[in-house]
Design a protein around this ligand. Structure first.
Ligand SMILES: [Zn+2]
Length: 281
């Protein structure tokens, strides 16, 4: 975090010295006179909701939740039962806590070569950086209401820092045609699995579940079964090749029988091991 603030430290100092006395509404251009330390403002002229960053004024939106706590828990359970996570995570994990919040993200609309793209960057510290991958349904954005403040996480990442992250993704800052702060509704779940605790976030507008670290399906056991199968059938093929090429008739017959029964036996054993792995992993 130090480097983020180091990069924009100069801007912050200048803005503080000017003590917020020349901010203008993004919508109507009206002059805003916020009190010291005030960040969430409704324009007295046009009623737009705006957010005052250290260096600029941006629109301030919120996304309306469509899921209640129970539905969010159900979305989490579906994700746990799905294919990304370890088998039966929904049954084998224990939910430790559930919290609803509006989490701030920086929203940037970028126009390049005629096409528009939306980028999101977290506007506060979070362990779920996957929040970047959310898709915001543009039509569902609404004015941020003061009533949401109590449930909202305050932005702590300056817009300049977020623009710096965009630059690292080869996005040119001059191509940003719209910047806004959006508070998105999320349920943060803490759960434990095999003595370890994890965090997952359910976005409360679409039910999408996000997590950076979770008990994933282990691939190693599947790989091991696959390699064993390849090895066994290769050996059988070699035996068959040798016995067919052999001059002795009885040796060919024995070799053929070894291959047929060996193949059937190995296939049965491998099938059993594979189903056992699938039921456990
Ligand atoms: Zn205004």
């Amino acid at each position: 975090m130090d480097c983020i603030y180091g990069r924009t430290g100069y801007n912050i100092r200048v803005a503080t010295e000017q003590s917020f006395n020349n901010f203008h509404c993004t919508q109507c251009g009206g002059e805003l006179h916020p009190d010291e330390g005030m960040h969430f403002i409704t324009c007295p002229y046009c009623a737009s909701t705006v957010y005052l960053d250290k260096s600029r004024v941006v629109f301030h939106w919120s996304l309306a939740p469509t899921l209640n706590g129970q539905q969010a828990a159900a979305a989490l359970a579906r994700w746990m039962a799905g294919n990304d996570t370890v088998k039966d995570l929904d049954k084998k994990s224990r939910i430790l806590g559930q919290e609803f919040q509006y989490f701030p993200v920086w929203y940037f609309k970028v126009k390049t070569a005629g096409s528009e793209q939306i980028y999101l960057e977290p506007a506060a510290a979070t362990s779920i950086t996957e929040l970047r991958s959310l898709k915001l349904p543009a039509g569902d954005l609404r004015k941020y209401e003061d009533a949401l403040v109590g449930q909202s996480v305050e932005p702590s990442v300056p817009v300049d820092a977020a623009l710096g992250w965009l630059e690292q993704k080869q996005v040119k800052v001059q191509d940003v045609i719209e910047s806004a702060l959006v508070h998105i509704p999320i349920y943060t779940f803490k759960y434990s699995h095999r003595e370890k605790s994890y965090t997952a976030v359910v976005e409360a507008a679409t039910g999408r579940t996000l997590a950076n670290i979770y008990p994933a399906k282990a691939e190693a056991p599947y790989m091991a079964v696959g390699c064993a199968a390849a090895l066994i059938f290769m050996c059988l093929a070699v035996i068959l090749a040798i016995s067919v090429g052999s001059d002795s008739g009885s040796f060919s017959v024995i070799g053929g029988l070894v291959c047929v029964f060996g193949g059937l036996f190995s296939a049965a054993v491998l099938f059993g091991v594979a189903s056992w792995v699938a039921s456990r992993v």
